[in-house]
Design a protein around this ligand. Structure first.
Ligand code: FAD
Length: 396
């Protein structure tokens, strides 16, 4: 019998953890494992709000795959997936290369969900990759330098963050720390700089405990963030945003952080999706496809009350680990296990030394939450790259 081919698409949390688990569990030559990723690095998506605002370097959120992948066990292909042909069991890359598989793992992450709001796709930034956040950081700096030349153009120093969910709030926390530094660097009066965080839902951080929400809004309010809650954005233009209330905010920087959908490659491949995400079974299989598995933001799983779990790194990591073990078991004809997420809590940063969190029934505020978040980052770095990586990357 020929060696089974396992093809993993995407080296994000889900794809990388599947790969690392296979690397650990399989002996040499038990399977041909191939990982395809756009870049030769993994990025820590949960940190991207920092380089986007400019409070950390983009390189800090990058982990070279060379460092964590054992090339004797995993074949790494740097390439961009163009399409998946599930009937032929092949994947085509933008380079024209065609890869075949016996087992496919899809971990291609997400795309911004714009809810059909006119102009967002064209005119808003989003926090989604190393290159995207470099772009945001440089643009913000450029806006300060333009404002120095045209001081009546306050739209240059007006920043709109669409969405007061997890990502939007974390980005506002960093922006609140960064803007005073930029004001000093470019000699701009801080009172001229405005940051609006606009949310359509009736509350910021929907799903969080109200006491934590109020703490977060208070901390960010003190950093100069102005909230507009229960205020949908109707349109985004090159000149700013138009709100459903009729108000127009003139801004050259709109960052959309109000939701994600699964990578469109999955839907285009003909898999049944809801907001781009495949409703997988308890073994993380795509319905009707015994040998296709989906992890991370491309996968949709439900809790016991039938409500979808939000797309998080925490769940993507657990899915990857379970799937890696299951694939190794399948190849050996052993029993596989059903996937059940074990939620360890939620932690959101609010800028340097500040955060909120909920771990079980315990609410965490301020520096305690920020420290817990660092501890959770450390655990993740240790998991993927051992003590060396954890010590190199973690910021204390
Ligand atoms: P990703 O981690 O997004 O990785 C997808 C990979 O696929 C990337 O390497 C990408 O380059 C690659 N790829 C994409 N398209 C292609 C293609 N066509 N060809 C080849 N490769 C491709 N979650 C938490 O649990 N806790 C948090 O604190 C938290 N904070 C967050 C903060 C921010 C600013 C953001 C944006 C998200 C945050 N999240 C958090 C959500 C979390 O980051 C995602 O749920 C998680 O990254 C999903 O993992 P994934 O494996 O599905 O995809």
């Amino acid at each position: 019998m020929s060696t089974p081919k396992i093809l993993i698409l995407g080296a994000g949390y889900g794809g990388l953890l599947t790969t690392l688990q296979l690397q650990k569990k399989l002996n040499y030559n038990e399977a041909e494992v191939t990982l395809v990723n756009k870049h030769n690095y993994h990025y820590i998506t949960t940190w991207l709000h920092e380089p986007a605002a400019g409070t950390a370097s983009a390189d800090h959120a990058r982990v070279d795959l060379d460092r964590i992948i054992n090339k004797d066990k995993v074949n790494f292909v740097k390439g961009t997936v163009q399409s998946i042909q599930s009937e032929e069991q092949t994947v085509t890359l933008e380079s024209g290369e065609v890869l075949s598989y016996d087992y496919l793992v899809i971990g291609l992450g997400s795309e911004p969900e714009t809810f059909g709001i006119e102009g967002l796709k064209e005119h808003a930034f989003s926090i989604r990759s190393i290159n995207a956040v470099r772009n945001i950081r440089e643009h913000i700096q450029y806006m300060f330098s333009k404002f120095k030349q045209e001081p009546d153009r306050t739209d240059y120093v007006t920043f709109v963050v669409g969405g007061a969910g997890f990502t939007g709030i974390e980005f506002c926390g960093e922006l609140g720390d960064r803007l005073p530094e930029l004001c000093e660097e470019f000699d701009v009066d801080p009172s001229q700089v405005k940051v609006y965080c606009i949310e359509a839902a009736p509350t910021a951080l929907p799903g969080f405990d109200p006491e934590l929400v109020s703490y977060a809004m208070d901390v960010l309010g003190k950093k100069g963030i102005e909230f507009k809650i229960a205020t949908p954005i109707k349109q985004c233009t090159p000149d700013g945003v138009l709100l459903a209330s009729g108000e127009e905010i003139k801004s050259k920087t709109v960052v959309w952080a109000a939701g994600v959908r699964g990578n469109s490659i999955v839907e285009k491949a003909g898999f049944e999706v809801m907001r781009g995400r495949v409703k997988v079974d308890e073994y993380l299989r795509a319905p009707g496809h015994e040998n296709v598995f989906v992890v991370g933001d491309c996968a949709l799983i439900f809790n016991e009350e039938g409500r979808p779990y939000p797309p998080t790194a925490q769940i993507a990591v657990q899915e990857g680990e379970t799937l890696g073990e299951n694939l190794a078991a399948m190849i050996r004809g052993e029993l596989t296990q059903k996937f059940t997420p074990h939620l360890q809590g939620t932690l959101a940063s609010l800028g340097k030394g500040e955060g909120i969190g909920q771990v079980g029934s315990k609410k965490l505020f301020g520096s305690t939450a920020a420290m817990m978040k660092k501890a959770s980052d450390l655990r993740y770095l240790y998991k993927i790259g051992g003590v060396g990586l954890a010590l190199k990357k973690v910021k204390l």
